[in-house]
Design a protein around this ligand. Structure first.
Ligand code: DX5
Ligand code: ZN
Length: 227
C-alpha cells in the first residue's frame, strides 16, 4: 500500500496546532515526527511532548516516530506513552537492536529500522522478522531541506527483491522527497514516502498528497530489475 507521510520538522512552529490539523485534513496517511538528540545527529528537534500534542490536535492522525538517538532503547516507553504508533530506531544506534525492537513490539506498536545513506541494505536483513518497516534515509539524517541522494536507489531495490513485491514489510524513504524523487524510489520498490519541506511549502497540501500517492502508485516496482 502506498502511503504519504508529511514530516512535522518542516512545519511553522509558531502555528504547530494548525500545521498538525493541516496534515490531518490533507488526507496524508500519517504524521512523521523526527526526534534528534544532537549526538546521533548534529541537531536537536523536539521530544515526547510534541508527539502528545499531535495526538491532542488530531487524534485520528497516525503518529509515526523516527528516533535519531544514540540510545533509542532508553526512550521507547516515553514515546509510546506519548502516543507513538510506530517507533523507528536506527540500525547504527548504540544499543542492542534485537532487544530494542522486541521492547517496541512488547508495547503493541509497529517497529521500524532506519539506515543512514552509507549503511548497506544487508545490515537490516537479520532483523527483518522483528521489523514492520525499513526506512532508507535518502539524505544524511539531521536536517530537512537537503537534496535527495540517488545512490540509495539500488539499496531499496535490493531489499525489495529480497522480500518480494507482495511482502507485508513496508519500505520507506525519507529525505529530499518530492514528486520526482518519490516516483524514482517507488520504481525501485519503496511504498511509503516521508516528505517535509516539499509538502509543507504547498498551498494545497491535500492535492500534493493525492498526486504523490497516485504517481508513486503507478511507478511502484517498475524499475526493480534495473538496479
Ligand atoms: C531528516 C528527517 C526527515 C526530514 C525530511 O533527518 O529524518 O524526516 O524532515 O525533510 P525533507 O523532506 O525536507 O528532506
Ligand atoms: Zn525522518
Amino acid at each position: 500500500m502506498i502511503q504519504i507521510l508529511p514530516s512535522l520538522l518542516a512545519a511553522d512552529y509558531a502555528r504547530l496546532g494548525d500545521e498538525i490539523r493541516r496534515v490531518a485534513a490533507s488526507g496524508a496517511d500519517a504524521l512523521h515526527l523526527d526526534i534528534m538528540d544532537a549526538h546521533f545527529v548534529p541537531n536537536l528537534s523536539f521530544g515526547p511532548d510534541i508527539v502528545k500534542l499531535s495526538g491532542r490536535e488530531a487524534p485520528a492522525l497516525y503518529r509515526h516516530v523516527h528516533l535519531m538517538l544514540s540510545r533509542p532503547d532508553r526512550y521507547i516507553d516515553r514515546f509510546v506513552d506519548a502516543g507513538a504508533q510506530t517507533v523507528q530506531i536506527h540500525v547504527e544506534a548504540d544499543c542492542d537492536i534485537w532487544e530494542a525492537l522486541k521492547a517496541i513490539r512488547a508495547r503493541g506498536v509497529r517497529t521500524g529500522l532506519v539506515l543512514r545513506p552509507q549503511t548497506a541494505a544487508k545490515a537490516v536483513f537479520p532483523y527483518l522478522p522483528y521489523c514492520d518497516e525499513v526506512l532508507f534515509m535518502t539524505v544524511n539524517p539531521g536536517y530537512g531541506g537537503q537534496s535527495f541522494m540517488p545512490e540509495v536507489l539500488p539499496k531499496i531495490a535490493e531489499l525489495r527483491r529480497h522480500v518480494g513485491p507482495d511482502s507485508p514489510l513496508d519500505i520507506m524513504v525519507d529525505g529530499g522527497i518530492n514528486f520526482e524523487t518519490g516516483m524514482r524510489c517507488a520504481a525501485a520498490g519503496a511504498n511509503q514516502f516521508v516528505a517535509g519541506s516539499f509538502l509543507f511549502k504547498q498551498s494545497e497540501m491535500g492535492e500534493a498528497v493525492a498526486r504523490m500517492r497516485e504517481g508513486c502508485g503507478k511507478a511502484y516496482g517498475t524499475e526493480l530489475g534495473a538496479y
